[in-house]
Design a protein around this ligand. Structure first.
Ligand code: BDP
Length: 734
């Protein structure tokens, strides 16, 4: 390229004439359009693009207030803040803003320990350590906007918040912000061979093979992205754990990542395989009450801290889906968790012990099992243990009621777990903005202490006075250039982090922020895309699992519809176990007449769902077995409503496609084309879900499809014959 550019600049014909005309035209085209092509948005920059502020008046007002800027603090985190401002301000304002210098109005960043900022100490004193303020004040006689926190990390969060205000065109007013939870953490289900369980965005970001020698610059960008939304922890490895990560060779690699993340306030955590004392330590047992086992873990943990002095701790999946655990030795989950907690405690580490447990050999509704096992253990966990509870009692379905453990374990710190990766939500092909799903759970009233006891107040510690609080999200991140596979799926990573910081934020406002920072600043475009995002949750519920249906997806890989799955080695991994369709009706009776899973909730919640006539229809078939001719609020029979719901789901995807068309030439061409293709896949797959499910359920209902519902063009046998041995994200077998 450079030779050609030089030739052109010199205006000589000599080299040019050596090229055929077609090649010259091509080169000219590349030269003319190249910059545009080069700028095609590949999604790598996430919401940290810092594109120039389009509204000139807004930009001018920012410029007036920011004649210069300075980060007063020193150290690695201050350097990170400085680098971010250096990158962002010229991008946003289209010119370089001087650092320090003789200016009248300035931005000043630092911690409240600095003498210059000490007068602001009172304002930050009441905040959580990671909290910050953005305030207008005079510093050394100059009008200043000060970003101040008691800690370096809080200061960095303040910088990102300030930049977000600019990116979203807000006035640079006063802000005082403090996180509502402490451990805001991603769970990577990443394996040491770089496959990602239930990952749909390529391979793991962690290049275990080349670590610690090669530090991919992407690790820093990962840290920046997380810090920008307040995420302060990352569990690097899969809950289906491999003990090898606890060996010195891997700890060197983990240390290298921890060193990159530290300046961004991000702690590293690992998954602990419960049988590691046997596998690595060659002990005969992993019994948590065995002295040698306890000593092994203590030594191992001490060793980890020699590599990573601020190691966060462990996530543990035990006695679940074949993973080893304390019950192998007749011990309880509390015995197992406390053994690790005791060893971590001197180093300030924590244990996140998962409550995702169920056993097909237990003759009990699967959704009741976690509560049965954990509720009696309330009060038995050490203070540095959190019990990690999935949002619903089954497994990340498009819709589930909130988990009954929320509100049932007042003496235990509960860590909610959401799944950002779209295992049951169309993988990375379907657009599914999850903030409404997160919020539905967070806002649900547990009635644990009477009306007004939402899940959000259980998990932020306010209801039962816990100080160890948090929110965990199973990451949807891989090494795809755009991080999350679907170009718009980054919005879920974004919304998760922001909600973990402040669960009061609304899905609409978060969508707004993300779109403005990532796709476009124009209000009409933002509005169109926001409407699409907000519609995705209900849309998907309708074409996959309407009216409270659940777990009717493909066997093992979980791709596509398969309500016919039965006769497997585990009933609780089949579909018929959950939908229970028969000639009378469909649905799982979890009321007092059935499995009484409802009995695990507080009485007002039971009252809401127990009566078939009163039960909110989104949860109807979750809690009841309902006759096909039962009349719903719409006046339609259950069968007809089911058919219409599936149809509406498909129609809404068509609506999304139409909406997306209207922003053509507004959002980046590459992004637009990519999403257009994915929406077409989503449409086809929505129709597949509708047709396969209705044909299957029709065998039981024996009723015709009502008018307005598209007739399937293929047979049920066809759908049942489909196989997808290479669907992505399958759990590895080792
Ligand atoms: C299920 C996944 C499985 C995970 C499990 C878990 O299918 O791959 O290991 O959750 O959360 O949804 O442990």
């Amino acid at each position: 390229m450079s030779t050609i550019a030089i030739d052109f600049a010199n205006g000589t014909n000599r080299r040019r004439s050596a090229l055929p005309v077609a090649a010259r035209v091509l080169i000219l085209l590349v030269c003319l359009t190249g910059p545009r092509l080069l700028q095609a948005d590949d999604g790598y920059d996430l919401w940290l693009k810092y594109t120039r502020i389009a509204d000139r008046a807004v930009a001018a007002s920012y410029r007036r207030q920011l004649q210069g800027w300075t980060v007063l603090s020193t150290g690695a985190t201050a350097d990170a803040a400085r680098r971010e401002l250096r990158r962002a301000l010229p991008g946003l304002l289209g010119e370089t803003i001087p650092e320090a210098g003789a200016v009248n109005r300035q931005l000043v960043v630092g911690t409240s320990q600095l003498p210059l900022l000490a007068p602001l100490h009172g304002k930050v004193a009441g905040l959580a350590p990671e909290g910050f303020i953005i305030t207008h004040t005079r510093i050394q006689g100059k009008e200043s906007i000060a970003i101040v926190s008691a800690t370096e990390t809080g200061m960095l969060y303040g910088v990102f918040h300030f930049l977000r205000m600019m990116q979203t065109g807000q006035p640079l007013g006063e802000v005082s912000s403090s996180p509502k939870t402490k451990v805001r953490i991603l769970n990577h289900w990443d394996n040491l061979d770089r496959t990602v369980e239930r990952g749909y965005a390529g391979f793991s970001l962690w290049d275990w093979h080349q670590l610690p020698g090669y530090i991919d610059p992407r690790y820093t960008d990962y840290a920046r992205a997380n810090a920008s939304i307040g995420i302060n922890g990352t569990v690097l490895t899969n809950v289906n754990a491999n003990a090898l990560v606890l060996t010195p060779m891997y700890l060197e690699k983990v240390k290298a990542l921890a060193d990159v993340f530290r300046p961004y306030g991000i702690k590293v955590y690992l998954t602990a395989r419960f049988s590691a004392p046997i596998e690595l330590g060659k002990l005969p047992t992993a019994d948590p009450l065995d002295k040698a086992v306890r000593a092994w873990w203590q030594d191992k943990i001490r060793e980890i801290y020699t590599y990573i002095p601020d190691f966060g701790g462990f996530t543990v999946k035990a006695n679940s889906e074949g993973q080893p655990g304390p019950q192998n030795y007749g011990r309880t989950h509390a015995d197992g968790a406390n053994m690790l907690a005791e060893a971590l405690q001197p180093h300030n580490g924590i244990v996140m012990w998962r409550a995702f447990v169920y056993d097909h050999q237990v003759p009990e509704d699967r959704t009741r099992q976690a509560y049965n096992e954990f509720k009696p253990l309330d009060g038995k966990f050490l203070p540095n243990v959190m019990v990690q509870v999935k949002n619903g009692p089954l497994d990340f379905q498009p819709r589930e009621p909130f988990h009954p453990l929320f509100g049932a374990m007042p003496s235990t710190a509960l860590l909610p777990e959401f799944q950002l990766t779209q295992e049951y939500l169309g993988f990375a092909s379907h657009l599914f903005y999850q903030a409404p799903l997160f919020k539905e759970c967070l806002d649900a009233d547990t009635y644990a202490r009477g009306k007004g006891s939402p899940v959000s107040n259980v998990i932020d510690g306010t209801l039962d006075h816990h100080t160890l609080t948090g929110m965990a999200g199973v990451a949807n991140i891989g090494n795809d250039r755009n991080w999350c596979g679907h170009p718009l799926a980054q919005a879920n990573w974004y919304a998760f982090g922001r909600l973990a910081w402040n669960h009061q934020l609304s899905p609409a406002s978060l969508a707004d922020e993300w779109i403005r920072m990532t796709l476009h600043q124009d209000a009409a475009v933002v509005q169109t895309i926001r409407a699409m995002l907000l519609a995705t949750r209900e849309t998907t519920v309708r074409y996959m699992t309407p009216l409270g249906l659940h777990h009717i997806m493909g066997w093992n890989h979980h791709y596509g519809p398969a309500p016919w799955i039965k006769d497997k080695e585990r009933a609780d991994w089949t579909s018929v176990y959950y939908h229970r369709a028969d000639e009378q009706g469909i649905g799982f009776d979890r009321s007092a007449r059935g499995s009484n899973a409802l009995g695990q909730y507080h009485p007002p919640v039971q009252a809401l769902y127990n009566d078939l006539q009163q039960c909110p229809e989104p949860y109807l078939l979750w809690f009841h077995h309902v006759l096909w001719d039962h009349t719903l609020r719409s006046g339609r029979t259950l069968w007809d409503e089911l058919c219409y719901s599936y149809q509406q789901g498909v129609d809404s995807v068509a609506w999304m496609q139409a909406q997306w068309k209207t922003v053509h030439r507004k959002v980046d061409d590459a992004v637009h084309a990519h999403v257009t293709s994915l929406l077409a896949i989503q449409y086809n797959e929505a129709a597949w879900w509708r047709d396969a499910c209705l044909l299957y359920f029709q065998q039981f209902s024996k009723r015709p499809l009502p008018a307005g519902v598209t007739k399937p063009t293929r047979t049920l046998e066809y759908y049942q014959s489909l196989e997808f041995p290479f669907a992505p994200g399958i759990r590895p077998k080792w």
